[in-house]
Design a protein around this ligand. Structure first.
Ligand SMILES: Cc1ncc(COP(=O)(O)O)c(C=O)c1O
Length: 369
């Protein structure tokens, strides 16, 4: 993987503050559908526990390096042994260590299009990487020379994302099982899975105790709408996680994040509310967008929709930003996509209506030239 400047300046949605400064408006005037975060978060349970944590040693003492309390909370939440869980400074930090293992195993096969951070993590260790076609509707890859349906790839380490960012494709656990036989290491990013109605049935977490070649990485960023808190965790065999612990710096997770994570995990009401929102708004917004001229939204299990345009959608995205204060995610940095594609993060119903009104106006303005 070549290290280039794009890795240093990861192109990402959710740059609301910078965009507001550029447009000369207030951040709260923007409708930010470029980042795929729950628009009505964070949950009150989290804000309350953050306040309380400030009155404990959460920031006045070094964090417990073993993260015993948090790991126990994760273990009981997922019904996994404590020693198979490792909290991290967001999923992104854990990709770095998964990538270090992966670099030693062989060639890495990355989804294209896919989250750019996998490539960043592998580039840290000079790992070699190739791509697998993860375009909407494409099947899962299979190892070259093996029987079965799917696009053949050569490589020893497979990276998957379930549901997939940016397509929203969700794979059932049963479909993923053969990958554990085919690849020497399978790294599965489940950052968006807690938002998906019925998503846990697709999770690979229950397989971790039985498959030493499986790493599952989860994040609470999307579910709780807290990208600034940095809360992720990995599930894998204990020896692997112990190795990672020796590589990382002594206190990669801040004390506040560690203190509030168990509270957030226990908030089942929040999870049900988020999943109900995805179940309602996803199909509704998709139907509405499909009615717009020249736009094709793909089916998605997640809280975002991928749109394909008949022609470049960059003029639409720019018009929405300039004239409507509505931000959508450009897909030009995703390999395999480009200017004809945009990603839209679901909003609440009022936000989705504003988004649709804005899109209709912008499309009309652009068609008048
Ligand atoms: C697919 C995917 N995985 C992981 C992450 C990063 O999560 P975290 O904030 O926990 O580092 C993102 C963030 O955009 C993502 O899109």
């Amino acid at each position: 993987v070549a290290m280039d400047s794009r890795h240093l300046l990861l192109r990402h949605g959710g740059n609301r503050w910078q965009v507001a400064a550029r447009l000369g408006c207030r951040p709260q005037d923007l409708l930010d559908a470029s980042a795929s975060l729950v628009p009505f978060g964070p949950p009150a349970s989290l804000s309350g526990s953050l306040g309380r944590a400030l009155r404990t040693p959460a920031i006045t003492a070094y964090p417990d390096r073993s993260h015993a309390t948090l790991r126990e909370a994760l273990a009981s939440h997922h019904q996994l042994p404590v020693e198979m869980l490792l909290p991290g400074n967001g999923a992104a930090e854990l990709f770095t260590w998964a990538a270090r293992d992966a670099a030693g195993v062989g060639v890495n096969v990355l989804p294209e299009p896919g989250f750019a951070d996998y490539g960043r993590a592998l580039a840290c260790w000079g790992a070699s990487a190739t791509g697998w076609n993860a375009m909407p509707g494409a099947g899962l890859p299979i190892r070259h020379g093996e029987a079965g349906a799917g696009v053949a790839v050569s490589g020893q380490v497979l990276w998957i994302c379930n549901p997939h960012n940016p397509t929203g494709q969700l794979w059932r656990r049963q479909l993923l099982l053969p990958l554990l036989q085919s690849f020497r290491l399978l790294i599965c990013d489940e950052a968006f899975l807690p938002l998906v109605p019925g998503g846990e049935d697709c999770s690979l977490l229950p397989l971790v105790p039985h498959h030493p070649n499986l790493v599952v990485i989860r994040s609470l960023t999307k579910l709780l709408a807290v990208p600034g808190l940095r809360l992720g965790y990995a599930a894998a065999q204990p020896e692997r996680l112990q190795r990672w612990s020796q590589w990382r710096d002594p206190w990669p997770m801040n004390g506040l994040a560690a203190a509030v994570a168990p509270v957030a995990l226990a908030d089942g009401r929040w999870r049900r509310r988020v999943q109900a929102w995805v179940a309602t708004e996803g199909p509704w917004l998709r139907t509405q967008l499909a009615a717009l001229e020249g736009l094709e939204p793909f089916p998605s299990a997640a809280n975002f929709l991928l749109l394909r345009g008949a022609a470049s959608l960059e003029p639409l995205r720019e018009h929405l930003e300039q004239h409507e204060r509505v931000l959508l995610r450009s897909c030009s940095s995703f390999k395999g996509l480009g200017a004809r594609w945009l990603r839209v993060g679901l909003q609440d119903r009022a936000g989705n209506r504003r988004l649709l009104r804005a899109m209709r106006r912008s499309l009309r303005a652009l068609s008048r030239g």
